[in-house]
Design a protein around this ligand. Structure first.
Ligand SMILES: NC(=O)c1ccc[n+]([C@@H]2O[C@H](COP(=O)([O-])OP(=O)(O)OC[C@H]3O[C@@H](n4cnc5c(N)ncnc54)[C@H](O)[C@@H]3O)[C@@H](O)[C@H]2O)c1
Ligand SMILES: O=c1ccn([C@@H]2O[C@H](COP(=O)(O)OP(=O)(O)O[C@H]3OC[C@@H](O)[C@H](O)[C@H]3O)[C@@H](O)[C@H]2O)c(=O)[nH]1
Length: 387
C-alpha cells in the first residue's frame, strides 16, 4: 500500500510523522482513523481525552499498532509540546473550545483557547521550520453583507452578497457586548498571526475553515456522555431531543441558514492538504458543501423524518418548539445568518469536491446515534430520581 501511493502531481508520497493536537475530538478522531487505515503515516495524538480514539489505540494487535501514540497533555501548560512538534514533520492544530454555548458564557476561556493557547504552537512551528495545518472556522466571515440589506432587497438573491470567498469576503462581527463573536475574533487573529509568520518568517502553513462538518462522534449527548446541562452543537442537540422524544428547540425561529458537509468527505480534503504540501502551503481553504444548504428549521424537519425512519418510531405530533436565543444561550448571543462556501480555491489547488447529500449524511449519522445511544437513554429515563 505504502509504496504505490502518489500525490496529485504523480510523485510518490513519503511516510511522515504528524503531531496532531486535539486528536481526541470529533474531527481528530476521524482524521486519525483515515490516517491509520489508508496511509503509512505516523500520528502523535495529543489531547486531554482519548475516548473517541480508544478504538484506534487498543488492542496492541491492531494492524497500525506502533503508528499511533497517544500523549495525554493540556497544551496550556505542558513542556513536552515543543519536543513533540520538533520530532514531527507536520503539526495539525485542532484544539479549541468550539461550541457556541461557550462563546458568550465563557468568553475568556474561549479567547484563551482559540488565540493564546494556539500561540506557542505557531511559534514552535515557525522557530523549528515545521509545517503547520491550523484549524480556523467559517465563523471568521461572521455575517453576510446581504444581511444588512433591506429584507425585500433583490440584491439579497445575488451571490455576490452572500457567497463567502477566502481572499475577498470581509469579516463582519457584531458589537463587543455580543460576546458570541469572541470565538470568531480569536480565530481571525490567530489566522492573521499565522499569515504574518508565513510572510515574515517563511512559516509553511495551511489554514482550514470548516463549514459545519457533521457526523458520528460529534460532541456529546447531555447526561449520557457529557454533562446533563451542557449544550453541544446543533447536530447533538437535535439528536438528544429525538432520542428522548422531546421537541427540537428552534432558536429564534430556526431561520438561520447553514450548509452541512459529511465529516468523511471533509476528511478527504484534509488528507489532500497533508499529502500535497506544495499545493496547500500558503493557502486558506473553505471546506464545506455549498449544495447542502438548509434553514435550521428545515434541518429539524429532515432530522425528524430521518430519525423516524432509522428508529422505526413515529415522530412526535409537535416535533419542534420555538425558543429565544436569550433563553437558550443567554445574554450576548448573536448568529451567522447564512454560510455558503466558495469552492474555487480548494477546487483549483486540490481538485476536491464534497459528495454526500444532506439526506444521506443524516441517515448514516442518525443510524449511528440510534445504535450508540438509544438503550442508554432508555435506561437513564427509567432510572428513578434520587430523593
Ligand atoms: N466541526 C466543525 O464543523 C468545525 C467548524 C469550524 C471549525 N472547527 C474547528 O476545528 C477544530 C476541531 O473541531 P472539532 O469539531 O473536532 O471539536 P472537538 O471539541 O470535538 O475537538 C477539539 C479537541 O481539542 C481538545 N483540546 C481543547 N483544548 C485543549 C488543550 N488545551 N490541550 C489539549 N487538547 C485540547 C479537546 O479535548 C477536543 O478533543 C477546532 O479548532 C474548531 O474550532 C470545527
Ligand atoms: O438546539 C439547537 C441548537 C442550535 N440551534 C441553531 O442551529 C444553528 C447551528 O448551531 P451550531 O451549534 O451547530 O453552531 P454554529 O453553526 O452556529 O457555529 C459552529 O460553526 C462553526 C464552528 O466554528 C463551530 O463548531 C460553531 O461555532 C444556530 O443558528 C443555532 O442557533 C438551534 O436552533 N437549536
Amino acid at each position: 500500500m505504502a509504496s504505490s501511493r502518489v500525490d496529485l502531481d504523480g510523485n510518490p508520497i513519503k511516510p511522515i510523522t504528524i503531531c496532531m493536537i486535539g486528536a481526541g475530538g470529533f474531527i481528530g478522531s476521524h482524521l486519525c482513523e483515515k490516517l491509520m487505515s489508508e496511509t503509512p503515516h505516523k500520528v502523535l495524538a495529543l489531547d486531554v481525552y482519548n475516548d473517541k480514539i480508544k478504538h484506534l489505540l487498543e488492542p496492541d494487535t491492531l494492524p497500525w499498532a506502533g503508528r499511533i501514540q497517544f500523549h495525554r497533555l493540556n497544551i496550556k501548560h505542558d513542556s513536552r509540546l515543543e519536543g513533540l512538534i520538533k520530532i514531527a514533520d507536520l503539526t495539525i492544530n485542532l484544539a479549541a473550545i468550539c461550541t457556541p454555548a461557550d462563546y458568550n458564557t465563557r468568553p475568556l476561556d474561549t479567547i484563551y483557547s482559540n488565540f493564546i493557547d494556539a500561540l506557542p504552537v505557531v511559534k514552535y512551528c515557525s522557530e523549528n521550520n515545521k509545517r503547520l495545518i491550523h484549524f480556523s472556522t467559517c465563523e471568521v466571515y461572521g455575517k453576510t453583507i446581504g444581511s444588512f440589506l433591506p429584507k425585500d432587497s433583490p440584491l439579497r438573491q445575488d451571490p455576490a452578497y452572500y457567497v463567502l470567498k477566502e481572499d475577498e469576503s470581509p469579516c463582519i462581527f457584531g458589537s463587543i457586548e455580543k460576546q458570541r463573536w469572541s470565538y470568531a475574533c480569536a480565530k481571525q487573529l490567530i489566522e492573521r498571526l499565522i499569515y504574518a509568520e508565513g510572510a515574515e518568517n517563511d512559516l509553511e502553513f495551511t489554514i482550514v475553515r470548516p463549514f459545519n462538518w457533521i457526523g458520528p462522534r460529534m460532541d456529546f449527548i447531555p447526561g449520557i456522555d457529557g454533562p446533563s446541562e451542557g449544550v453541544p452543537r446543533v447536530l447533538a442537540c437535535f439528536s438528544n431531543n429525538l432520542l428522548r422524544r422531546e421537541p427540537l428547540k428552534l432558536v429564534d425561529g430556526g431561520q438561520s441558514q447553514r450548509t452541512f458537509v459529511y465529516i468523511k468527505d471533509a476528511i478527504e480534503a484534509v488528507l489532500l492538504m497533508i499529502e500535497n504540501p506544495a499545493r496547500a502551503n500558503g493557502h486558506i481553504f473553505n471546506v464545506g458543501n455549498p449544495n447542502n444548504e438548509v434553514t435550521v428549521r428545515q434541518l429539524a424537519e429532515m432530522m425528524t423524518q430521518v430519525y423516524s425512519k432509522v428508529s422505526e418510531e413515529a415522530p412526535l405530533e409537535k416535533p419542534t418548539i420555538d425558543v429565544s436565543s436569550k433563553e437558550f444561550y443567554g445574554e450576548g448571543y448573536d448568529d451567522s445568518d447564512k454560510r455558503i462556501p466558495d469552492m474555487t480555491i480548494i477546487n483549483r489547488q486540490l481538485g476536491w469536491n464534497p459528495k454526500t447529500s444532506l439526506w444521506d449524511l443524516l441517515e448514516s449519522t442518525l443510524t449511528y446515534q440510534h445504535r450508540t445511544y438509544a438503550e442508554a437513554i432508555k435506561k437513564a429515563i427509567a432510572k428513578p430520581v434520587a430523593s
